[in-house]
Design a protein around this ligand. Sequence first.
Ligand SMILES: [Zn+2]
Length: 106
Amino acid sequence: MAGMSKKIKKNDSVIVITGKDKGRRGKVLFIDSQKGRVVVEGVNKKKKFVRPSQEAPKGGVITLEYPINISNVMLFCEKCKKGVRVGFDVKDDKKVRKCKKCNKEI
Ligand SMILES: [Zn+2]
């Protein structure tokens, strides 16, 4: 998959643009670029029943973030204060991402 320009990366701050979590902001925790899905902190949380483990000694119900379609999120621009489209620029021979609205490097 060389040459694929990744518009959204792990640890990016994104905003959900559709669905039940619309308007929610969070950090990208995981990306499955092959399936086109992302896991975003605090988004699409569902209850899950678990057996006792080190993290949950009593077991029971925990809430976990489940993947959503990557097209349901947009990169959040701190300057524009909203979800924005991502463009690319070349700077010092390296590809950098920028906000298409304000041109701020992201
Ligand atoms: Zn911007």
